[in-house]
Design a protein around this ligand. Structure first.
Ligand code: AMP
Ligand code: MG
Length: 416
């Protein structure tokens, strides 16, 4: 049995980065930038004012106070987008707006609040801004510098930066196509919920959770539907599947009499690289290659499916899109209650992480940890990681937690 780290590394080593495609900048949110983008210009492109006020020479305002103001001749007004035509000479000033280019001769901007705001002859009441409030050219980004590194998953700030360096379109990793097959005689799709009401079947919730997980990481789900625990049916469905960059199967991967996934894939020519990982939930994980693409066999229990997706499929899908950093960094959290494990496996417990009374992050388990308890996954914002060798963890000890989702920690109060 492989450790979680070894299994994850082996899967990642088998992943190749997909080709890139150009998309309009507005459509690039959440996509992964294919290569470094350098700025062709200095940003800001000119020395400019960070205040509404008066562009002056420091020497002309030195020692100015309310009692002994400095008086300067205003030789014009520079709006953002305009330019001061004349240099500022001794005893002169320009009225200037935020973002407007600093005129030649001036070395600072006096905020308007420290003046009488006059248009022809201004009185300056304070010299605290002498030589200040200038944003130098290239302060944000020098021409030639990397604006956004390749491998970055693009968020709103990245789109803003890319726009400011002239990218109307960007090259991003293609969306991985992820085939998803659910297996199990006990399952129906939600349109057959009357059978669930009659107590005969359960809904294939994994189909929905997995499609959503694939979308959330930037992939394109290719649903292969639901298939019975029948080798012939499984073979037929897989053989007829459209090509994909990754195959995810759910269920039928354990040691039950009706667990056929591994054997049928093998008969169809798949190479099985490994089966079983020292993890709970999700031990019967399978991995291999089929038709030139990786296959990850996720155990069917709904929590096992989701946890093993986090550990193994999400990093693989990140890498396919070109991300370089793909594994979550566990956050240190104080365990709020005693935690025990029943086997020498790395455990991932569903937990709610939030600051405790002293401000330190604290993890509380969502309750019982059965791998069929999907509602606990819906309540969790983190997976508390209990290493294999820790069979008992006392309340107050510190462990790592993998935070889940973009909105992992939200509250009702407005931040102070
Ligand atoms: P398996 O991995 O096929 O042995 O399934 C383990 C458990 O997960 C069983 O209780 C199944 O009913 C449940 N299960 C398997 N596949 C799904 C699915 N697609 N949606 C919801 N539950 C499932
Ligand atoms: Mg099954």
């Amino acid at each position: 049995m492989r450790t979680v780290a070894d299994a994850a590394a082996e899967i990642l080593a088998a992943i190749r980065v997909l080709e890139s495609e150009a998309v309009p900048l507005r459509d690039a949110l959440g996509r992964v930038l294919a290569a470094d983008v350098a700025s062709p210009v200095d940003l800001p492109p000119w020395d400019n004012s960070s205040m509404d006020g008066y562009a002056v020479r420091a020497a002309d305002v030195a020692g100015a106070t309310r009692g002994r103001p400095a008086a300067l001749a205003v030789i014009g007004t520079i709006a953002a987008g305009a330019r001061g035509e004349r240099p500022v000479g001794p005893g002169q000033a320009y009225r200037i707006m935020t973002g407007a280019p600093l005129p030649a001769g001036a070395d600072g901007v006096i905020r308007v609040e420290d003046t009488d705001g006059a248009i022809e002859r201004v009185q300056v009441f304070d010299d605290r801004d002498a030589g200040r409030n200038v944003r130098p050219r290239g302060e944000d980004l020098a021409a030639g510098a990397v604006a956004v590194p390749g491998g970055t998953r693009l968020g709103p700030a990245h789109l803003g930066v890319l726009a400011s360096v002239g990218c109307a379109a960007v090259a991003v990793g293609r969306r991985p196509r992820v085939a998803i097959l659910a297996t199990g005689d006990e399952l129906v799709d939600v349109d057959r919920f009357d059978e669930v009401r009659r107590g005969e079947r359960i809904v294939t919730s994994n189909s929905y959770a997995l499609e959503a997980l694939v979308r959330a990481v930037g992939g394109e789900p290719v649903p292969l539907g639901l298939v019975r625990d029948d080798p012939a049916a499984l073979r037929e469905r897989l053989a007829g599947a459209p090509p994909a960059d990754l195959l995810l199967t759910s269920g039928g991967i354990s040691v039950g009499a009706f667990d056929h996934t591994r054997r049928v894939l093998g008969e169809l020519g798949a190479e099985l690289a490994f089966w079983r990982v020292k993890v709970r939930p999700g031990a019967p994980l399978g991995f291999g290659r089929w038709r030139g693409a990786p296959w990850i066999g996720l155990p069917g229990n709904p929590v096992s499916t989701m946890v093993t997706f986090e550990l193994f499929a999400r990093p693989a899908l990140r890498r396919m899109q070109g991300m370089t950093r793909v594994f979550p960094v566990p956050v240190p959290v104080r365990v709020a209650e005693r935690v025990t494990t029943a086997a020498a496996l790395t455990h991932f417990f569903r937990a709610v992480v939030a600051p405790g009374a002293d401000g330190v992050l604290e993890a509380r388990l969502t309750g019982p940890q059965g791998s069929g308890l999907l509602t606990s996954m819906a309540r969790a914002n983190a997976l508390l990681v209990v290493p294999e060798e820790r069979r008992v963890v006392e309340a107050g000890e510190t462990l790592g937690a993998v935070m889940l989702g973009d909105e992992a920690m939200l509250g009702e109060a407005v931040a102070p």
